[in-house]
Structure formats: structure tokens, C-alpha cells
Design a protein around this ligand. Structure first.
Ligand SMILES: [Fe+2]
Ligand SMILES: [Fe+2]
Length: 167
């Protein structure tokens, strides 16, 4: 796990949105969604793009069983709630590690803005999107992408969570 964290840290340090990424993003998001997406830090943008590439690969093997368009959009927008308070790399690594060590007790301090964003970005993201569109299925996926308490008979949510964890 520690090596995985180091690898994630390295990816985040070296992340860049290239031409191919940018064409990919524009083929999925509407203009309004793109405006929000561009407010994410580059690290977060790259993370979301990687999640979306993984989603695309999985969808290719599940043709017809999942709503690919919806899932790609959800992949790019799942962390959109992080635009309000950008977590830098150190903050993120610190919060993720402390969350593990404290087994979630860190949540008590969620009045602290940065910690609040880490725990509540799913809900914050949906509230932001509600200002520009209405898409119940998309909202469901985003709102629950960190929810471990629900049973997954929703294949799209299962795929999104799997791809998010890998990236
Ligand atoms: Fe997230
Ligand atoms: Fe994520």
C-alpha cells in the first residue's frame, strides 16, 4: 500500500493534460461542464482523465450492458466538488494518511474547510452540477462514489468506484 501511495504521489507530481486528453475531455463534456472541470487543479484533472480512460476500457468489454456516455461523464466529473478548495499534494497525502491512521475519526474535524472538501466533495459536486443541468443518474454516481454503505446492484457505480480506486 505504501508503494502505491508513493506511486500516486509521483503521478500527481508529474501530471499534465496533453492534446489527446484535452480532445477526449471536450468530446465528453458540455461547455458548461468543461468550465467547471477547468477549475480543478491539474492533478485532479489528470486523475479524472485517467479514471475516464479506465472506464472507457471497461465499457469496451461490456458493450451494451452499461451506459458508456453517462459513465464517462461521471468519471470526468466525479471529483468536481473539489474545485472550491484546492487540496495541494501535501494536504491530500496528509489527509488520506491521517484518515487511514485515525480510521475515519478525522471526519470530526470537517469544519476545517480542506478536510470538509475531502469528505464532502461528492455532495458538493452534485450541488455544483445542479446549477447547470439536471441528470439524476449522473448525480447518483457522483454522490455515491465514496459510499461504501450501499449495495452495488448498480453496475455503473461499481465500475466508477473500481476505476477511481485504481487511479
Ligand atoms: Fe472522490
Ligand atoms: Fe477520484
Amino acid at each position: 500500500m505504501i508503494f502505491y501511495r508513493i506511486k500516486q504521489f509521483y503521478w500527481a507530481l508529474t501530471s499534465r493534460i496533453n492534446e489527446q486528453d484535452s480532445r477526449f475531455i471536450k468530446s465528453i463534456l458540455s461547455i458548461e461542464e468543461l468550465k467547471l472541470f477547468n477549475k480543478l487543479s491539474i492533478n485532479e484533472q489528470k486523475h479524472c482523465v485517467k479514471v475516464a480512460y479506465d472506464v472507457e476500457r471497461i465499457c469496451n468489454s461490456k458493450k451494451g450492458k452499461v451506459d458508456e456516455k453517462l459513465l464517462l461523464k461521471a468519471a470526468l466529473l466525479h471529483d468536481i466538488g473539489k474545485i472550491h478548495r484546492k487540496l495541494n499534494l501535501i494536504d491530500k497525502s496528509f489527509i488520506v494518511s491521517m484518515d487511514r491512521i485515525s480510521k475515519g475519526k478525522l471526519r470530526k474535524f470537517s469544519q476545517k474547510q480542506k478536510i470538509n472538501v475531502y469528505y464532502n466533495h461528492s455532495k458538493i459536486g452534485v450541488d455544483l452540477l445542479k446549477k447547470i443541468e439536471y441528470n439524476e443518474k449522473l448525480f447518483y454516481l457522483i454522490e455515491n462514489h465514496h459510499n461504501n454503505d450501499i449495495h452495488h446492484n448498480n453496475l455503473e457505480l461499481k465500475i466508477l468506484k473500481y476505476c477511481d480506486k485504481r487511479n
